[in-house]
Design a protein around this ligand. Structure first.
Ligand code: C2E
Ligand code: CA
Ligand code: CA
Length: 402
């Protein structure tokens, strides 16, 4: 299929499209004049006149409905065709709330048009179930977004800490900070839900900032109750939108210092999709390293980056996704994969942290395969600072014998 849009010429008086047609293209009018019209009983109801630079016929393409009007060239008209899939691709990539607002707008417009054509102002058929369901979901999202903003203000978000265990030294060396939201009415809202929502807009920036400050505060409070030889680090999740905040690495360092912590006690976890932007990530890693802040690549193996380009990025650690760990130790392919990945990453001097380790067998297999750090329910769930403190003070049960 050609990727370049085609040009077409319509003679004066020629039909461009007819009501009821299945749309496969929209048009950018390059020159000439077009009338868009519909039948109102026996009469012709002009809906609009369009000229150079305007888009024609995009509505039906967007909401995948038959054309609800006709379009005629009044003068000679030159158009560039915009293929339906080109337009829909953009729509599919757009912000989901915006997309639904647009579809809602089109639905209302069509209802208005139908009402105008039968000559009544009230011929609104009830919205179909699917449209109603979509509206409800959007309304819910908008409400949740507002509530999340309020929750930040009211400090209703919590940070839970999940231990990360060093299999060589047989002790907890750090924690991952995982944000939690206990909604006063909805109950606990899963981060999978509200982080994804926050990431759709810039709301993730205050959420991430909050999580960062809370993590530093918790670590500083833990320090006061721990002997000086126990000084764990904390890893915070950084989303793509946060990382573009100017001087983000400096902000991380400053925040740590504000709580009396050395920036070395912080680690930043970034996801694979962000890592595709080499230049930005390289700069982030360098700036973090300047402050002694380690950078980990999160969810390794789930995204698109693959092994191929890892050598170009100088990560301090790589977090192997749970998907590789769960099938261990029975699944021979998973064993081979983890062995290969660990060998390669050890060769690059990157620490490997396996996520989602739930069983002793998995931990044993990981160790044999060359993985040094583990995180998962076997060592501990994401938990409150008091539980973390207990785990740090009572030297944790040895997970693996030497
Ligand atoms: P993640 O960064 O991959 O975090 C690990 C997730 O795996 C956490 O889910 C954790 O509770 C879960 N997990 C840990 N050990 C196990 C295990 O042994 N078995 C199983 N089945 N699951 C385990 P959680 O807490 O629901 O967080 C989900 C995601 O939300 C995180 O995935 C992270 O991407 C995001 N997130 C959480 N807090 C923040 C934050 O402060 N900022 C940003 N940007 N994202 C965050
Ligand atoms: Ca993470
Ligand atoms: Ca992860």
């Amino acid at each position: 299929m050609p990727s370049v849009s085609a040009s077409r010429i319509f003679a004066a008086g020629e039909r461009i499209f007819t009501e009821g047609d299945e749309p496969d293209v929209a048009f950018l009018i390059e020159s000439g004049r077009v009338e868009v019209w519909a039948n109102q009983g026996a009469k012709r109801l002009t809906l609009s006149f369009l000229g150079a630079g305007e888009i024609l016929g995009e509505m039906a393409v967007i909401d995948r409905a038959p054309r609800s009007a006709c379009a005629d060239a009044i003068t000679e008209v030159v158009v560039t065709e915009i293929r339906a899939d080109q337009l829909r691709e953009r729509l599919d990539e757009a912000d989901p709330v915006l997309r639904s607002l647009l579809i809602g707008l089109l639905t209302r417009y069509r209802r208005g048009l139908r009402a105008a054509r039968v000559g009544t102002g009230s011929a609104e058929p009830a919205a179909d179930d699917q449209a109603q369901e979509q509206q409800r979901r959007i309304a819910d999202k908008i409400r949740l977004e507002r509530e999340l903003l309020e929750a930040i203000d009211r400090e209703e978000l919590r940070v839970a800490l999940q231990p990360i265990y060093d299999l060589d030294e047989q002790r907890i060396v750090g924690f991952e900070a995982l944000v939690r939201w206990d909604h006063p009415i909805r109950g606990p809202v899963s981060p999978a839900e509200f982080i994804a929502l926050a990431e759709e807009t810039s709301l993730i920036v205050p959420v991430g900032h909050y999580a960062l400050r809370k993590s530093c505060q918790l670590l500083a409070e833990l320090d006061q109750q721990l002997p000086p030889e126990i000084r764990p680090w904390v890893a915070v999740n950084i989303s793509a939108r946060q990382s573009i905040v100017p001087d983000f690495a400096d902000l991380l360092a400053r925040t740590a210092q504000e709580f009396g912590l050395s920036p070395r006690r912080l680690k930043a976890e970034i996801t694979e999709s962000l890592a595709l932007d080499y230049e930005r990530v390289t700069e982030l890693i360098q700036r973090c390293r300047h402050h002694g802040i380690g950078v980990a690549l999160d969810d390794f193996g789930t995204g698109h980056s693959g092994l191929g380009h890892l050598h170009r990025l100088d990560f301090d650690s790589i977090k192997l996704d749970r998907a590789f760990v769960t099938p261990l130790p029975q699944d021979a392919k998973a064993v081979a994969l983890v062995r290969g990945i660990a060998t390669m990453l050890n060769g690059l001097n990157a620490e490997v942290i396996a996520e989602g380790v739930e069983t002793l067998e998995q931990a044993k297999a990981l160790r044999q395969l060359g993985v040094r750090y583990i995180q998962g329910w076997l060592v501990g769930r994401p938990q409150e600072p008091q539980a973390v403190l207990r785990q740090l003070l009572d030297p944790p049960t040895v997970i693996l014998g030497q």
